[in-house]
Ligand binder design. Sequence first.
Ligand SMILES: CC/C=C\C/C=C\C/C=C\C/C=C\CCCCC(=O)SCCNC(=O)CCNC(=O)[C@H](O)C(C)(C)COP(=O)(O)OP(=O)(O)OC[C@H]1O[C@@H](n2cnc3c(N)ncnc32)[C@H](O)[C@@H]1OP(=O)(O)O
Ligand SMILES: Cc1cc2nc3c(=O)[nH]c(=O)nc-3n(C[C@H](O)[C@H](O)[C@H](O)COP(=O)(O)OP(=O)(O)OC[C@H]3O[C@@H](n4cnc5c(N)ncnc54)[C@H](O)[C@@H]3O)c2cc1C
Length: 644
Amino acid sequence: MAVNKVNEDLLRERARYTFNIEELTNFIDGGEEGTRNRREVEDMVIHVKELHDEVPEDYLSHKERYENAVKKGCILIDLLKEHVLRHSSFDAYKPSNMYRVLSMAKEVSPVLLHMGMFVPTIFGQASAEQQEEWLHKALMLEIIGTYAQTELGHGTFLRGLETTATYDPSTEEFVLHSPTLTSYKWWPGGLGQTANHCIVVAQLYSREKCYGVHAFLVQIRDSETHMPLPGIKVGDIGPKLGFQTANNGFLGFDHFRIPRKNMLMRNAQVLKDGRYVKSKSDKLTYGTMMLVRVMIVSDAAYELSRAATIAARYSAVRRQSMPRPGQPEPQILDYVTQQHKVFIAIATSHALRLTGGWLWDAYSSLTHDLDQGNLDQLPELHALACCLKAISSRDSNSLVEQCRMSCGGHGYMSSSNFPTIYGATAATVTYEGEYTVMLLQTARYLMKAWKEALGGIVLTPTVAYMVTYNKAKPAWVNTPEAIIQGFHAVAVGKVKEAADGIEYHQNSGKDYEDAWNAASVMLVKASECYCRAIICETFWKEIQKHSRSMSRNLAVVLQQLSELYLSYWVLERSGDFFQVRTVPLTRTKFEFVSFASPKCHCQMCTGFVAHITSVVVLAVQVSIQNLTLTFCTRKRNEFDIGSC
Ligand SMILES: CC/C=C\C/C=C\C/C=C\C/C=C\CCCCC(=O)SCCNC(=O)CCNC(=O)[C@H](O)C(C)(C)COP(=O)(O)OP(=O)(O)OC[C@H]1O[C@@H](n2cnc3c(N)ncnc32)[C@H](O)[C@@H]1OP(=O)(O)O
Ligand SMILES: Cc1cc2nc3c(=O)[nH]c(=O)nc-3n(C[C@H](O)[C@H](O)[C@H](O)COP(=O)(O)OP(=O)(O)OC[C@H]3O[C@@H](n4cnc5c(N)ncnc54)[C@H](O)[C@@H]3O)c2cc1C
């Protein structure tokens, strides 16, 4: 049988790298132990022949595809359990581990929601007694759950959910009911045929009063027969853009009774006589969503890294066209346009991975604070989780598509794996908080921060620069730090512009809600810019921090990737940077002038075009009034500057 020979172009490219691959691998895995863990699990998985498909999944029926996914899910979970039991250090709930193992089956697993939301909800919202009863069963998959919150009529607006849970003190039970068609749970993964339990988010009623949405653990199928229990209507919602084996389903209750003890009572409680005991914050019910949003940042990075690897390899082996007659067709990797498509995907996968790790650490610190009853960091972390989940998933999904397109027709084949990766990342832009809604949540936080900044109040770390923005003494030298300062200035400018927009509409007679809506496009933009500044700054600082303990050759390459990322986004947002205007050097004050405002007298740039070569060079010469600012990173390669 012909032995698979590695492509010579690929071998030559691999022989050219200037840094230690194992060192980079350890860096990506979070250290040598992370690489050892990952390889051990991969080695376990790669040799399981049942995980390799004889027939492409696309040629299977929906039923065969689902059964295939269940089989693979069971194999992977058994391997995960075996590894977790053997290596207590392998934390299944670190952003990388759980999802990595399940995604080795290529198609999304019907037990993804069990691992990704059902178990974490028990961790985060069940009382100690309830954890005692359910956690081990869930971890060992003796019960299989999902997270049933979204309804046919409401996904974003949680306070509008219609499913009710009414307490009956005479029997010490909650009666779950779906009063309307729109109240049917719709979307929960695994609900179609897989889960026999679920977390149900419902409006809690006791003594005729509604206390808002709370979480309940509900058995919906018989543990022996797996048939729906009486009073339960459940099934599959049908075909989707992707995620075909996630087994998303619907669920309706007809006056279905559960014991009082099935209300998750870590935060709020209902006593036997029906008295309601309030939680420290009713937003703690939303805790699982914050965890998953934090995880999505790292997993969006992971999916993008897969796509970038496929595109980079293909670009090395694909030869096409003949720019010079009689010469061999060049590798498409040598086309600058190809580099422009693929290199930003590589850089972004590193940027999002490092930002995801930073966010995970912030989340871990918050959960420790919450256990101590300290909720101070909750608002900022909610704002961070919202915008980073939105931007990371959107960037990942659009760059996955860009990687696909960079591979021409072969990128359109299912065998390229791009369709599966695209389907997974496209879902993350919507689920766990829809893109726009998440950015508007962050904007809510930014508007508060802006008001405090104007009052000179010291702000939380990620918005502290808003207070000092007009006292900044930017060292306008050619460094990435200057670009990061520029992103801060752009973010402050957009926040100010949105706040001014709300004020303008209120002054013109609108109430706050209408003024907010009228300014909402600017509010989304302000959140995007705030989030981009965080990713740029975190990526750069993480690289600087880790560079000190890595070999110089690797540090140089990672530094170049972070410079590429910074420069790419300055180019992408050059209009916003042009709006950043300075006043004479004496005050070095940033003042953001909106093009929309009549007073804008920012002079247009006198010369600016740079195209990205293998390692980016950016020269943005913006001459404003009597000061010329030059943003320029280190020159790495020839570049041409035109004038616009
Ligand atoms: C490619 C990767 C592949 C796989 C992914 C990998 C890993 C993930 C692993 C497992 C999961 C796998 C698949 C996931 C499947 C998806 C599952 C779901 O989609 S579950 C359903 C998700 N649904 C949502 O996210 C709903 C979104 N809506 C909301 O969160 C809320 O309705 C809202 C938009 C925040 C508004 O809520 P509300 O109206 O109550 O609040 P207000 O806007 O009025 O604000 C009030 C006040 O509360 C604060 N707040 C709101 N939410 C939170 C929170 N979560 N935490 C803390 N604080 C919160 C808000 O800031 C306001 O504060 P204030 O301004 O008043 O101080
Ligand atoms: C693949 C997949 C898996 C899922 N898995 C689960 C699951 O396991 N469990 C679960 O409970 N849910 C799940 N969901 C549901 C998901 O959480 C919701 O789809 C998501 O929260 C968006 O809600 P929606 O679908 O009602 O959209 P809507 O909220 O109706 O959004 C529709 C449009 O309205 C806009 N909009 C809504 N509100 C506002 C506002 N206040 N301001 C401005 N614009 C607004 C949105 O920006 C969007 O453009 C899943 C969804 C998908 C796609």
